[in-house]
Design a protein around this ligand. Structure first.
Ligand SMILES: Nc1ncnc2c1ncn2[C@@H]1O[C@H](COP(=O)(O)OP(=O)(O)O)[C@@H](O)[C@H]1O
Ligand SMILES: [Mg+2]
Length: 495
């Protein structure tokens, strides 16, 4: 069943149940009221009669004012209401209307009822046959009061019966029933219309969610479900929006990774194609004796260089992947960085000189660093090598400083070389990125992998690397190596 009908059915059930209960309650209350009213009315007539009746004739000692004629008159007055009056003597023998006069007239009440009446009890009946006096004119269900009349000396003087056929009450109750039924029907129609509006309002909220879900199914994650009100469906809409947002983010991430993979494949192929083409050309030259004898040794040297470059490329790539996938476990220890830094500088001094660069080291006597020793050298080597590569007739300064407050050692490598534009700076950690792809040198590892590896290594160490650069002015790399205690804290709280 459609949700809208389910909702409508629920609303209708609740409303009609309430209406039905109310109607039944009203009906019973009205009926009760009608009976009570009738009984009170009947008793009222009886009391009035009694007031007149109990004026006892002092001479005879009998009821003075009540005569068959006066009762007939009263009976006629009450005929409209179909009220019947019967009068009995204290022993239950009929006095009015017209006693039969014969001797075998029997008391109208059973001895038990008579005893109760003689004891002063008034007998009420709503529509019963029970306790009814015998010999009444009508046998129809009647609402009646049977009341004993006592004089001032508490002597039972007469018993009066006042009855009204239930038909009168039933007719008015029928009226009430009809009115209640009409009210019920009108209310039910209003309830149907209102429940349709209410159900529609609820269902529309769900439909909005349904529409949004379909959009997501078709790959449109930029959907936002309107939130109305403060209910569970609105909460669901908020959660849905959040879900759509994270789906969009992960979709973007997937697309970015796909792009990166594509770029990586293209770059890797491109990087390999250059040395392979060189080797292939030289091999063919050798095979067809196209290279003069005196140049053959040089050709072979060239091929060796290109092969080495290929091997380096493959190794760098493997290194990067291993670091990225945490397959290269670090052996972090605390050591004095003065010696390894001096070693790197002396290793690179020759190439610095070649580029007419000054390479300077500025260190305190001791410089404790917590890192993987070999990886530390690899990081510094890569950065200093880049600095030499991108500086001509300039100065490269390696500076080491201890920051006791931060529990860290900071090493900065500053050059006044070609520098980078902000756009170039943005990409330097990306694999195969080269600010100037036309520049090519086999002397250095010009694969565009160096800084990508450095960045991965620093991340794996839970240390920090930052770079500032100004085009044509120079570049500064700042490496912060934290002490063991800080690193442990950083490891346990993911960044
Ligand atoms: N000190 C520097 N000065 C200017 N540019 C630099 C410096 N270091 C790195 N770069 C830029 O960052 C790029 C990426 O460096 P790197 O990852 O080491 O690759 P590669 O050295 O193989 O080109 C370089 O091609 C260069 O454009
Ligand atoms: Mg490099």
């Amino acid at each position: 069943m459609k949700l809208i009908y389910q909702y409508m059915l629920c609303f209708l059930l609740v409303v009609t149940t309430c209406l039905a209960v109310t109607a039944v309650a009203i009906y019973h209350y009205t009926e009760d009221l009608a009976y009570r009213h009738t009984l009170t009315e009947l008793e009222g007539y009886s009391d009035n009669l009694q007031k007149q009746a109990l004026k006892i004739d002092p001479a005879t000692g009998n009821i003075k004012n009540i005569t068959a004629e006066s009762l007939d008159l009263l009976q006629q007055t009450l005929a409209n209401d179909r009220i019947a009056i019967d009068l009995f003597d204290p022993d239950g023998y009929r006095l009015y209307p017209q006693p039969r006069g014969d001797k075998d007239q029997r008391p109208a009440f059973s001895p038990k009822i008579l005893k109760r009446l003689q004891d002063g009890e008034v007998i009420y009946s709503r529509n019963g046959q029970k306790n009814r006096p015998q010999g009444l004119k009508t046998q129809d269900p009647t609402t009646y009061v049977v009341k004993p009349w006592f004089n001032r000396d508490q002597q039972l003087k007469a018993i009066i019966y006042l009855g009204m056929p239930c038909v009168s009450i039933n007719t008015s109750m029928q009226n009430v029933r009809r009115k209640l039924l009409i009210t019920f029907l009108i209310s039910a129609i209003i309830a149907i219309v209102m429940s349709w509006f209410l159900a529609n309002f609820q269902v529309r909220k769900i439909e909005r969610l349904q529409k949004a879900t379909k959009q997501i199914k078709h790959g449109n994650f930029k959907v936002e479900v309107q939130q109305t009100g403060n209910d569970e469906i609105s909460d669901l809409a908020a959660d849905f929006n959040e879900m759509a947002h994270s789906l969009q983010l992960s979709n973007e991430e997937i697309q970015r990774q796909e792009r990166q993979n594509k770029e990586f494949m293209m770059n890797a192929s491109h990087e390999m194609r250059t040395p392979l083409t060189t080797i292939n050309g030289l091999l063919e030259g050798l095979a067809y004796d196209a290279i003069p004898k005196n140049l053959r040794a040089h050709s072979i040297d060239l091929m060796r260089d290109e092969t080495k470059r290929l091997i380096r490329l493959v190794n760098d790539n493997l290194d990067y992947e291993k670091i990225r996938t945490n397959q290269l476990p670090l052996n972090q220890t605390e050591f004095d960085a003065v010696q390894p830094l001096s070693n790197v500088v002396s290793q690179l001094q020759a190439s610095a000189k070649e580029a007419k660069n000054q390479l300077q080291l500025q260190l305190p006597p001791k410089l404790p660093v917590y890192a993987d020793y070999d990886r530390f050298i690899q990081i510094i080597f890569n950065i200093v090598q880049n600095a030499i590569q991108f500086t001509h007739q300039g100065k490269i300064l390696i500076d080491g400083q201890r920051l006791p407050k931060e529990a860290a050692t900071v090493i900065t490598i500053k050059d006044n070389g070609i520098g980078m534009t902000p756009a170039q700076l943005q990409n330097i950690w990306v694999r195969y990125y080269k600010a100037d792809p036309s520049r090519k040198s086999t002397k250095y590892s010009e694969s565009g992998l160096g800084l990508a590896i450095v960045h991965q290594l620093m991340e794996q160490h839970h240390d920090e690397i930052a770079v500032t650069s100004h085009f044509h002015q120079g570049t500064t790399f700042k490496l912060t190596f934290y002490d063991a205690a800080v690193i442990q804290k950083r490891q346990s709280s993911p960044r």
